[in-house]
Write a protein that binds this ligand. Structure first.
Ligand SMILES: Nc1ncnc2c1ncn2[C@@H]1O[C@H](COP(=O)(O)OP(=O)(O)O)[C@@H](O)[C@H]1O
Ligand SMILES: [Mg+2]
Length: 328
C-alpha cells in the first residue's frame, strides 16, 4: 500500500526531526519512500544528513511548476493548457499519474536521491518561502506543487510518501490537509502545542482526516498527563529527548541502528498506525474532496486568474485509486 503521511505542528515542535526519523525507519525496512519538505523552514534535507551545499543544490518544486503541470496534464482534453491548471486541478482521463517507484520527468526534475545508511529515498523540496509567499491566501505555488503531485499519485504496494509540512492556514485554504491517509500532529506538552492540535482538529472534522498526536520532548509523567488530558485518545505516542538526534544536530549522525530503543518503538507505533488506515481508504471520497477544493479555489480566485471556467476541468467519471488505469 502506498501511504500518504503528513507531519504537522507548530514551528519548533519537532516535525522535521520526527519526519526524518520516520523516513529513516521506513527506509531501513527497505520500503520505497518519497520524502517531501513542504515546511516554511526547509530543514528536511539536513535532517536526512545532507550538508549545506547539498541541501542548497536541491531543485525547488515551486520553481518547476510549469514542468509539473505540463507533464501531469498529459492529453487530458479538459485542461487546455498548463497555464489553466491550478494547484487543485484534478486528474481526469488523459492525465498522467505518478507512482512512487517509477522514473518520470517530474522526479528527474524535482527529486534527488538521498542515501541513508545504504538505503536510498527520494527527496523533493518546495524550496524556501519568501515574504512574498506568505499571507497570500490564493496563490501558494510552492505547496501547490505538492498538492498537485499528491492528487496525481496512485497507489502501489508497500510505498510511502512522507510530507513535512506547516500547520498554518496555508494547508486549509487548499485541500492539502485532506490529502493524507494519516496526519501526525507533533506537539510539545505546552498550551501552544495543544492549540495547534485543536485548530487542526476543527478543520479536519468534516473531511474524515485521520489525526494522531505525537507528543515530542516529553519528559516525565507530568508532561504525559498534560497531553493525555488535553488531547485524549488522539495521543498516539510520545517521544522524549533523543541523544541520537542531538548528535545528528552536531553534524555527527550515528548509524540509525543506534537510535534509542524507546524511540525506535515509537517509530514502529507510527508505522503501525499509518498502515492501519489502509482499510479506511476510499478513492471515491478522495477524488470528491479534490473536486470540492478545486471548485472552491476556482471560485475564490482561479477562474478570475486564468480567465477560464475551471469547473469544466472536472472529469465526472474519474476516480483516483489502485485500479485507475493511466492513459498515456
Ligand atoms: N526528540 C528530540 N530530541 C532531541 N532534540 C529534538 C527532538 N525533537 C526536536 N529536537 C530539536 O528541536 C529543534 C526543533 O526541531 P524541528 O524538528 O526542527 O522542529 P520543526 O520542524 O517542527 O520546526 C531541533 O533543533 C531538533 O533537533
Ligand atoms: Mg521543520
Amino acid at each position: 500500500m502506498n501511504m500518504k503521511i503528513a507531519f504537522v505542528g507548530k514551528g519548533g515542535s519537532g516535525k522535521t526531526t520526527l519526519s526524518s526519523l520516520f523516513i529513516r525507519h521506513l527506509a531501513a525496512t527497505g520500503a520505497p519512500v518519497i520524502a517531501v519538505d513542504a515546511d516554511i523552514n526547509q530543514h528536511l534535507g539536513p535532517a536526512l544528513g545532507l550538508d549545506e551545499a547539498e541541501a542548497a543544490a536541491l531543485p525547488a518544486l515551486g520553481e518547476r511548476l510549469s514542468l509539473i503541470k505540463e507533464y501531469l496534464r498529459g492529453t487530458n482534453p479538459r485542461i487546455a493548457s498548463a497555464a489553466e491548471m491550478i494547484k487543485t486541478t484534478p486528474p481526469g482521463e488523459g492525465s498522467r499519474l505518478l507512482r512512487v517507484r517509477e522514473d518520470n520527468p517530474v522526479y528527474d526534475a524535482c527529486a534527488r536521491p538521498v542515501e541513508l545508511d545504504g538505503d536510498v529515498v527520494r527527496l523533493m523540496v518546495t524550496g524556501p518561502f519568501t515574504d512574498a509567499d506568505l499571507g497570500v491566501a490564493c496563490y501558494h505555488s510552492k505547496t501547490g506543487a505538492v498538492e498537485l503531485c499528491l492528487n496525481h499519485l496512485v497507489d502501489g504496494q508497500g510505498e510511502y510518501v512522507v510530507v513535512d509540512m506547516t500547520a498554518g492556514s496555508d494547508s486549509f485554504a487548499s485541500g492539502m490537509f485532506t490529502r493524507f491517509d494519516i496526519t501526525f500532529l507533533v506537539a510539545e506538552p505546552t498550551r501552544k502545542g495543544v492549540s495547534v492540535y485543536r485548530q487542526y482538529k476543527e478543520y479536519a472534522r468534516d473531511f474524515g482526516v485521520v489525526l494522531k498526536v505525537v507528543g515530542n520532548k516529553v519528559q516525565g509523567q507530568d508532561d504525559l498527563d498534560f497531553l493525555r488530558a488535553e488531547v485524549g485518545d488522539d495521543l498516539l505516542v510520545t517521544v522524549g529527548h533523543s541523544d541520537w538526534v542531538r548528535a545528528l544536530e552536531k553534524g555527527r549522525p550515528p548509524r540509525f541502528a543506534l537510535l534509542e530503543d524507546v524511540n525506535r518503538r515509537a517509530l514502529h507505533r507510527l508505522r503501525t498506525a499509518a498502515d492501519a488506515t489502509y482499510d479506511l481508504r476510499d478513492g471515491q471520497r478522495y477524488t470528491q474532496q479534490m473536486v470540492h477544493f478545486h471548485l472552491k479555489n476556482a471560485q475564490a480566485w482561479g477562474n478570475e486568474r486564468t480567465g477560464a471556467d475551471l469547473a469544466a476541468q472536472i472529469d465526472p467519471s474519474f476516480v483516483l485509486g489502485e485500479s485507475t488505469v493511466a492513459a498515456v
